[in-house]
Design a protein around this ligand. Structure first.
Ligand code: GLP
Length: 240
């Protein structure tokens, strides 16, 4: 079942999403979360940090994995997703750093690093909440539109449109890594709940195609229609 919750601002999207984490942690303090990067989840991370500061939420028993990581960026690079997570969430709550896992973007053999990450995901078990954003082209994690998708973590060559879209975080388009490692579709599906956040009018159409259009590998986000428990928090009605 897919629940589509429309909200009127990014802030409300963050507050609504944070409510799912608060309830989940009350029911199960040692929850396992899969987090996402990008600008979309930032209001959620701000809200989780605020809830923690107010003593309303406790991450001491939580474990986390992340959807993806660029190939070739050291963890000290501010564009690496490890750096992003440390800065925007992990350093702001009482999560133990050793309980947080991302693919190893610095590994000399990305294929091997992906296999290791898949083994880690398998060992940690089913995620309680899988957080997702959506790319302009419908990608989730870095599962790009293609003739076929991958079940497990793999090293992907990014599409030109993704490199262009993500270049806004880098000094130039040439600095954007051409490859990334991403959780595969089976791994994204291995969660009790998929929580998809989407904001900004520019993503209104791709989101609606994903949740009401045909299920197709050309829009990887559309596959979430096959998951039994999806909540979409939609702030695409305006740019607030
Ligand atoms: C990146 C990430 C995705 C994210 C997407 C959208 O490519 N790999 O997980 O959903 O960007 O980013 P934003 O939220 O900044 O639009």
């Amino acid at each position: 079942m897919l629940r589509h919750i429309k909200v009127s601002s990014k802030k409300e999207m963050g507050v609504t999403a944070a409510g799912f984490y608060k309830r989940q942690l009350e029911a199960k303090p040692d929850s396992l979360f899969a987090f996402a990067t990008g600008s979309t989840p930032l209001p959620l991370y701000d809200e989780l940090a605020a809830m923690y500061a107010a003593g309303k939420i406790d991450f001491s028993k939580v474990k986390t994995v992340n959807l993806d990581e660029y190939v070739g960026l050291p963890v000290t690079d501010e564009n690496s997703y490890r750096y992003f997570m440390d800065k925007n969430l992990f350093s702001r709550v009482n999560i133990r750093r050793e309980n947080t896992f991302l693919p190893d973007g610095t590994a000399s053999d990305p294929g091997k690093a992906c296999a290791l990450y898949s083994a880690k995901l398998e060992k940690l078990g089913r995620r309680d909440i899988q957080l997702l954003g959506i790319g302009n082209n419908g990608h989730i994690g870095f599962n790009e539109p293609a003739d076929a998708l991958s079940a497990h973590c793999f090293a992907v060559t990014l599409t030109e449109s993704t490199i262009k879209a993500n270049s806004r975080f880098f000094a130039s388009e040439d600095d954007v890594p051409k490859q990334a490692m991403t959780m595969g579709m089976a791994e994204i599906f291995d969660s009790e709940l998929i929580l998809l956040l989407c904001s900004g009018t520019a993503k209104h159409d791709v989101l609606n195609q994903a949740i009401y259009g045909p299920i197709t590998t050309k829009n990887p986000a559309s596959l979430i229609q096959l998951h039994p428990n999806v909540v979409v928090i939609d702030a695409t009605g305006n740019d607030n």
